[in-house]
Design a protein around this ligand. Structure first.
Ligand code: PEP
Length: 252
């Protein structure tokens, strides 16, 4: 009953010109998206307009990589949920480990941003995941449970159905190192149980949990065939139209 979501996180790559080229390639490879798979690209803010324009006659959706939790005002350099929604996005990535690591993102701000996203009918893709040290010391399950619980604080039982969780072990992001299918499945199952405890088992069964961390055509099949892996949040491989299209085809 859950549909796969294959989401590309372009990070700080592709201004409008490069975005157009990448999207052109993607459209050529993938004119029509299978109805069982949702496909999403998340360009930097400045390329969102270009992406929305390019993709308006396709089923590929557009999302942002962050949003501010205030509505508007004196927050130089920030972009609000209403602006992102007005630009044609319907998803937004929240709490990516790079934002937690370099930009002071905390569980509290992740929760505030998630509320703001939902207020503007943007589905938040909430990123959680442990570092290598945290995994080695065996605290990864508790850490991820705490991240998920804090991120979902006060989110209603109606709104939770629009939330997507992305499990992204930090040690696997951009490193070429991937969680094994078993490691991914174990953590996804754990996350689903945490959501089941906070809401209900039925709700947990309906939530999309994506895996992120060096997903590429060579490992996508095994990862996506795990029962609790409902898609991928893909960084590096989403910058190559051929690789991203291949992953979409694998999900189909
Ligand atoms: C990401 O940044 O969300 C990610 C998973 O990156 P990569 O696929 O490059 O590891």
């Amino acid at each position: 009953m859950r549909r796969f979501l294959i989401a590309g996180n372009w990070k700080m790559n592709c201004g409008p010109y490069d975005a157009a080229e990448l999207l052109e390639g993607l459209k050529e490879k993938k004119a029509e998206v299978d109805e069982n798979v949702d496909v999403l690209v998340c360009p930097p803010f400045v390329s969102i307009g270009m992406a929305v324009n390019y993709l308006h006659d396709t089923d590929i959706q557009v999302g942002a990589q962050n949003l501010h939790f205030e509505e508007n005002g004196a927050y130089t350099g920030e972009v609000s949920g209403s602006m992102i929604a007005e630009s044609g996005c319907n998803y937004v990535i929240i709490g990516h480990s790079e934002r937690r690591q370099y930009f002071g993102e905390t569980d509290t701000t992740v929760n505030k941003r998630s509320h703001k996203a939902l207020e503007h009918k943007l589905a938040p893709i909430i990123c959680v995941g442990e570092s290598l040290d945290q995994r080695k010391s065996g605290e990864h399950y508790d850490l991820v449970k705490n991240q998920v619980t804090a991120a979902l604080f006060d989110i209603s039982k109606e709104d939770i159905l629009d939330v997507v969780i992305a499990y992204e072990p930090i040690w696997a992001i951009g490193t070429g190192e991937t969680a094994s299918p078993e490691q991914a499945q174990e953590m996804h199952e754990h996350i689903r149980k945490v959501i089941g405890g906070l809401y209900s088992e039925d709700t947990a069964d309906r939530i999309n949990i994506l895996y992120g961390g060096s997903m590429k055509p060579a490992n996508a099949k095994e990862l996506l065939s795990q029962p609790d892996v409902d898609g991928g949040l893909i960084g590096g491989a989403s910058l190559d139209a051929e690789s991203f299209s291949e992953i979409i085809t694998i999900a189909e």
